[in-house]
Structure formats: structure tokens, C-alpha cells
Design a protein around this ligand. Structure first.
Ligand SMILES: Nc1ncnc2c1ncn2[C@@H]1O[C@H](COP(=O)(O)OP(=O)(O)OP(=O)(O)O)[C@@H](O)[C@H]1O
Ligand SMILES: [Mg+2]
Length: 208
């Protein structure tokens, strides 16, 4: 089983959006067993699944402070292929501990120096935990190019997924229907980006 944590202490960076979309992509219509552990008391991923008619990817609520290790061990026993962990925007010890056991930590961030600065401590915990970690640029403008100084700031600290996820209505509308963007508009640009991002993630996992 591969465990992927999507986290940032910065709120609203796109953790849940990327988690449910990557999990939908990973399950490939139910061909792989994929479970999202929703460790956020806000329950956004659980809400998304409640709107869905498909049984996969499964979303389970988990009490992060006490239940994470047990929940992951159960998934491993059940033969799950990919476990995605959706975390609240927080700085907690259990989060740091979880990073140490993950195959990959993804840190979504808007391409803005202030947002990147806010999320840098998350990156530092991942590096301290010796986890494989990568930034994901999310919510980039479709009207203007991501500035070079953003890439410079990100690359100075860690690796960056090649795919840039732009701000697109497909992400908003699909979430409200309990769908991934690739289910909502399979030929849309958002679906293309998530497909490309999942390929980046798989290649990082192969190197894990
Ligand atoms: N690429 C995108 N394009 C358009 N809207 C987006 C995109 N990514 C996220 N959003 C929207 O931004 C808001 C925050 O996204 P999301 O809930 O995924 O962030 P989060 O990091 O999980 O937030 P929290 O810290 O509260 O858990 C939501 O309204 C979501 O629909
Ligand atoms: Mg969230």
C-alpha cells in the first residue's frame, strides 16, 4: 500500500480538492482499491463522498490524534492499494509523526510568495521526518503566467510537481456534485491537469 499525505498548515490551499481528485484518478473506476482517510474535523472529503453515487474511492473519517496508525494498519490488511490522508490546516505532533510513515507528502500551495511562506513550516516537518515531499502549485491564474520568482522560492526549498493546477470552475462544480473533475468533464482542462498530476505522483512513488 502506498500512503499519500496531502497537507499544509495554510488553510484553503486545495488539500481536499486535490485529495479527492487524485483519489478518484487513482481508483480508475474501481480498478485499484483507494481509501481516503478524512482526518479533518471539518469533514470536507466525507461531505464530498456523501454527494456521490459511486462507492469508490471510499472515504473514512478518522480521529487523527489517536486513530491514524490503527486505521492505516487496517487498510494495509484489507489490501488497499492507495491510502490518501486529508489533513486539517494544522501544526500538530500527530501530523509530524504521520509524515514519517508516509510514502509521499504533497503540499499544495497557491503560487504566491506569502502562501508559500505560510506553508514552509509544513515542508520543514516533512524534511525533518525524512519523508519524500513535493510542492503542488494549485489555484494558479489562467490569465497570467506563474511568476518565475514563485518557482525560485519553491525550488529553493524542495521539489515541485511539474503539473500546475489552475483555478478552474470544474473543480468547484464537480466538488458540489460529489465528482472528480475527470468524471464531471473528462475532456476538460482540469481533468487533463489531474491526470498529469497523478502521473507525476506515481512517478514520485516509484522512486520512493
Ligand atoms: N484548482 C482550483 N480551482 C478552483 N477552485 C479551487 C481549486 N482548488 C481549490 N479550490 C476551491 O478553493 C477552496 C478551498 O479548497 P479546499 O477545500 O480543497 O482547500 P483545503 O486546503 O482543503 O482547505 P482547508 O484548509 O479548509 O482544509 C474550495 O472552495 C475549493 O473548491
Ligand atoms: Mg480541506
Amino acid at each position: 500500500m502506498k500512503t499519500i499525505i496531502v497537507t499544509s498548515r495554510k488553510g484553503g490551499a486545495g488539500k481536499t480538492t486535490l485529495t479527492v481528485n487524485l483519489a478518484t484518478q487513482a481508483s480508475a473506476g474501481g480498478k485499484s482499491r483507494v481509501v481516503v482517510l478524512d482526518a479533518d474535523p471539518q469533514g470536507s472529503a466525507t461531505f464530498w463522498q456523501s454527494l456521490r453515487s459511486e462507492p469508490f474511492p471510499e472515504v473514512r473519517k478518522v480521529r487523527a490524534e489517536s486513530g491514524l496508525a490503527g486505521a492505516l494498519a487496517r487498510l494495509e490488511q484489507e489490501g488497499v492499494d492507495y491510502a490518501f490522508l486529508d489533513f486539517p490546516p494544522a501544526d500538530k505532533k500527530w501530523l509530524r509523526d504521520a509524515m514519517a510513515d508516509a510514502d509521499l507528502v504533497l503540499i499544495p500551495t497557491k503560487p504566491s510568495p506569502l502562501d508559500i511562506h505560510s506553508a514552509t513550516s509544513t515542508l520543514e516537518w516533512a524534511l525533518d521526518a525524512e519523508s519524500k515531499v513535493a510542492w503542488v502549485i494549485n489555484g494558479a491564474s489562467v490569465f497570467s503566467k506563474t511568476p518565475d520568482l514563485v518557482f525560485d522560492q519553491l525550488r529553493k526549498t524542495g521539489s515541485v510537481c511539474a503539473t500546475i493546477v489552475h483555478e478552474r470552475n470544474d473543480f468547484v462544480v464537480s466538488a458540489g456534485l460529489g465528482l472528480g473533475v475527470s468524471e464531471f468533464a473528462p475532456n476538460g482542462k482540469a481533468a487533463f491537469e489531474i491526470d498529469a498530476l497523478w502521473k507525476n505522483v506515481r512517478s514520485l512513488l516509484r522512486r520512493a
